[in-house]
Design a binder for this molecule. Structure first.
Ligand SMILES: [Zn+2]
Length: 432
């Protein structure tokens, strides 16, 4: 028998053991995350996870012993035993967050559920004053909320990419010159005398974590968050982990091309989806075509009632819309040209989404940003395009959802970054 053959069974055993360990960790994570969204009984957890009642009971016991979850009051039911509900323990630990943004920076304090309890804006911060400004704001938040003595789990920092998440360094994001090549994680960690871990992540990847831990993507292990507002960004979540690339550049979905002969983009490529489907670009597309579309509409021979109703609205349609909100509101009142713009947006985005679908097989796509305003119409249009095309169209249906989180201040995403690191930490999930 060769040396290699000798080694094989051992390796298989090791893999089996490591698979079991990682599967137990994933199952604990699944329970913890399910309870982060709402209190549930053991039976409900078993139904939701597909695990046996016995397996759930064992895992729940370990999580209770770790102090991460607790039993709460029983649910009243008409007959039979009253199931005891399980909840996450918000007081288990506090989570700090720091978001550095071109639109203004802030620090936040959250409980272990991920709810932001309190936050403070940081004004005019730069590499010279960020340490003192952050410690001052954090100390004030802790004192105001009477959590000085509670354990701090970690601080999550989010910033525009590119950044080096492993080294905790912001690299050279455009229009963020003052923080170029700034070792933010080390600076903040030193300011707090290394009292807790500090993590750095780019804001798009962290937004995917927020959807997983606090938003609508809890039940998915593979999904994409597509943020559409003044630009287009995206966060990928693959196998229960946010994917942010080797250096934390994240997934630059806005700069995937949907037309190789299209307009030149600042990134050097042609036809990037951001050049078509960011909200300012779509509004510009509408302005460019509006008079032509109105003329086409005037020449259309109307035969049915719906079209007649659209004709009656023509006087309200003379001006092109000035925002995504206006596009949606007008489409709801029957403005067929605004509906046309929504369909156009869905078509632009769907080309990029089908590429992602063919490459990565996500279970869901979550839209966020300005485009998530009253999302039913755009979701329906995108659903038809994304699920009606692609090599797996007959066997795979991707769920399209809209974010319900307010991620504007970046603090929810930075809090989720801590949950991502800490709740996958074997030490934390280990029973005491
Ligand atoms: Zn580009």
């Amino acid at each position: 028998m060769s040396r290699l053959q000798n080694l094989l069974p051992q390796r298989r055993l090791h893999n089996q053991a490591s698979n079991q360990k990682s599967s137990q960790l994933n199952n604990k994570l699944l329970i913890l995350n399910a309870l982060r969204h709402q209190s549930r009984s053991r039976a409900a957890l078993a139904d939701m996870s597909g695990l046996t009642r016995a397996a759930i009971t064992g895992l729940v016991e370990q999580l209770i012993q770790s102090g991460l979850i607790c039993e709460t009051k029983p649910v009243t039911v008409k007959a039979g035993r009253k199931p005891v509900l399980l909840s996450i323990r918000p007081d288990y630990a506090s989570i700090l967050s720091l978001n550095l943004s071109r639109r203004g920076s802030a620090v936040g304090l959250a409980d272990f559920s991920g709810n932001i309890i309190s936050s403070r804006k940081l004004h005019d911060i730069n590499p010279d004053n960020i340490a003192s400004a952050t410690t001052h704001a954090v100390n004030a938040l802790l004192a105001e909320n009477n959590v000085v003595s509670r354990r701090i789990l970690a601080m999550g920092i989010t910033a525009p990419g590119p950044l080096d998440r492993n080294e905790g360094v912001i690299l050279n994001p455009p229009e963020f010159d003052q923080f170029h090549y700034f070792p933010v994680a080390e600076t903040i960690s030193r300011a707090f005398k290394s009292a807790f871990p500090v993590y750095l992540e780019n804001n798009a990847a962290a937004s995917a974590m927020a959807e997983y831990y606090m938003g609508c993507a809890a039940q998915f292990s593979h999904f994409l968050v597509l943020t559409v507002d003044s630009g287009i960004g995206g966060g990928l979540y693959i196998d229960h982990q946010a994917y942010s690339g080797l250096n934390g550049f994240g997934s630059e979905i806005g700069h995937t091309s949907i037309n190789y002969t299209g307009p030149l983009c600042a990134c050097g490529s042609r036809g990037c989806v951001e050049r078509y489907a960011s909200i300012p670009q779509l509004l510009s597309f509408g302005r460019l075509n509006w008079q032509k579309w109105l003329a086409e509409l005037n020449q259309t021979s109307f035969s049915d009632d719906q079209s007649q109703r659209n004709l009656l609205n023509l006087s309200d349609m003379k001006e092109p819309p000035a925002s995504w909100k206006e596009i949606i509101d007008r489409a709801e009142t029957g403005d067929c040209l605004c509906k046309r713009l929504i369909q156009q947006e869905a078509d632009f985005l769907s080309i990029a989404m089908i590429n992602i679908k063919n490459l990565l097989e996500p279970q869901a796509i979550v839209i966020s940003g300005d485009i998530a305003y009253k999302p039913a119409i755009i979701l329906e249009s995108m659903d038809q395009s994304v699920n009606g095309k692609g090599i797996t169209r007959n066997i795979q249906h991707i769920k399209l959802l809209a974010s319900t989180l307010n991620l504007d201040d970046g603090l929810t995403s930075a809090t989720a970054l801590v949950l991502q690191h800490q709740t996958q930490n074997e030490e934390l999930l280990r029973s005491k």
